[in-house]
Design a protein around this ligand. Structure first.
Ligand SMILES: [Zn+2]
Length: 404
């Protein structure tokens, strides 16, 4: 099983580098035009069509028609969903692993015959760990005007998880079903802090559009929030790797919809929910887990907090402000921990079913698809019960009780 990761480097583009990028973009747009005009049906057809012509017209090395065809074809394929003509707008360049070399932090790119362009990359501690790790393989490199992204890949051991842990992501904390808690009240506070700052600046300069724009999406605010989320997601994934855990999360589709205007919640509450970067935290956990070889499973979010994890009865009267409650069965339940336990239960079979010793030969299963493990496990996972499906359908109505 292989894991992939793109690592971003900063660099200072020289005029020559920019010329390479703009030549590449011109070639891509040229190829798109040819592809549409001649109704070519695949990237191989496109590559064969442009190979000779482009080498002559642009004077580039032979590796370029290949990657130009790749990039152009992916744009042609995607453009049907766009509302504009297929066109590569930004300066960019993509080159496969065989055609660039990396000497510690000096990237060497091909261009014309007998000419290579050397790009010194700036790096920090994080990027350095990828440059010096000899076990990593290099994939493609993508260069834009402002950054260089190098894809690294590595082989992961195919050991399955020993247990699963569910996480309830809520407004002020992340609570695990094993009792771990990560405080995130700082994120909510940050949003409040910046909102106050914003409104103060509006009061002082009510007509200054430039200022308004500047504060509307404060970069510092975003940076500080994502810093906090990076810290928490790293802790969760590192623990999961060390203890061989699988991570179970709620499928958060529709959370904005559930908390839209007219659902009975106040403006302030809806604002906080809209700002809360649930999805951002999930995606951080997701990609870090993939790189670490940790399995992440998503389950239906319906009634996770209202359902008692001991007897299974659903407390419809539970309010958002109730932090804990007493179930008729006698169980004393902490809201967040109870939700985390319910989440963990729903994902358990899917996480551990595959990895259960003797259940099936794991190595055999991996042969068919070597890119990621998620699709295999999903295909093998039991289908959701009709009840679960109904709950998911219901949850799209505005009176949804989920997340409550
Ligand atoms: Zn109960």
């Amino acid at each position: 099983m292989k894991a992939f990761k793109g690592v971003k480097f900063a660099y200072n583009p020289t005029p020559r580098t920019l010329q390479l990028l703009s030549t590449f973009r011109d070639m891509v747009n040229d190829a798109i035009r040819i592809c549409l005009h001649e109704k070519l049906r695949g990237r191989f057809e496109l590559r064969n069509r442009i190979y000779r012509e482009f080498r002559e017209r642009y004077g580039v090395l032979s590796c370029f028609p290949y990657s130009v065809a790749e990039v152009a074809w992916s744009i042609v394929k995607k453009h049907k969903r766009w509302h504009r003509k297929p066109y590569a707008k930004r300066l960019m360049l993509k080159i496969e692993a065989a055609d660039f070399s990396l000497n510690y932090s000096i990237l060497s790119l091909p261009f014309r015959k007998g000419e290579r362009i050397l790009v010194p990359l700036s790096y920090g501690e994080y990027q350095r760990s990828f440059l010096t790790d000899k076990t990593l393989k290099r994939g493609s490199v993508t260069v834009t005007e402002s950054s260089v992204v190098i894809a690294f890949s590595k082989e992961l051991p195919t050991n399955g998880p020993l247990r699963s842990v569910g996480y309830d992501l809520n407004e002020k904390s992340v609570v695990g079903s094993d009792g771990t808690t990560h405080d995130l009240s700082g994120v909510a506070r940050l949003h409040t802090l910046y909102r106050v700052k914003r409104s103060k600046s509006y009061e002082r300069h009510p007509l200054d559009r430039r200022l308004r724009k500047k504060f509307a999406s404060s970069r510092r605010e975003k940076e500080r929030v994502s810093q906090a989320l990076h810290r928490v997601s790293t802790l969760i994934v590192e623990k999961a790797r060390a203890k061989k855990e699988a991570i179970v999360l709620e499928r958060l589709k529709g959370i904005r919809y559930a908390h839209q205007k007219g659902n009975g919640e106040g403006k302030a509450k809806r604002r906080r929910i809209a700002l809360w970067p649930f999805r951002q935290l999930q995606s951080y956990i997701d990609y870090k887990a993939k790189w670490a070889g940790v399995l992440v499973e998503y389950v239906s979010p319906s009634y996770t907090s209202k359902k008692c994890n001991v007897c299974g009865s659903i407390n419809m009267k539970l309010k958002v402000t109730d932090r804990s409650w007493l179930c008729p069965c006698g169980a004393e339940l902490d809201r967040d921990l109870n939700a985390a336990i319910n989440i963990e239960r729903r994902g358990k079979i899917r996480c551990l079913g595959e990895a259960h010793p003797g259940a099936r030969d794991t190595d055999e299963a991996m042969k068919g698809n070597e890119t990621t493990m998620a699709p295999i496990l999903r295909a093998e996972a039991p289908k959701p019960s009709l009840r679960e499906v109904q709950q998911t359908c219901q949850s799209h109505k505005s009176t949804r009780p989920a997340f409550g």
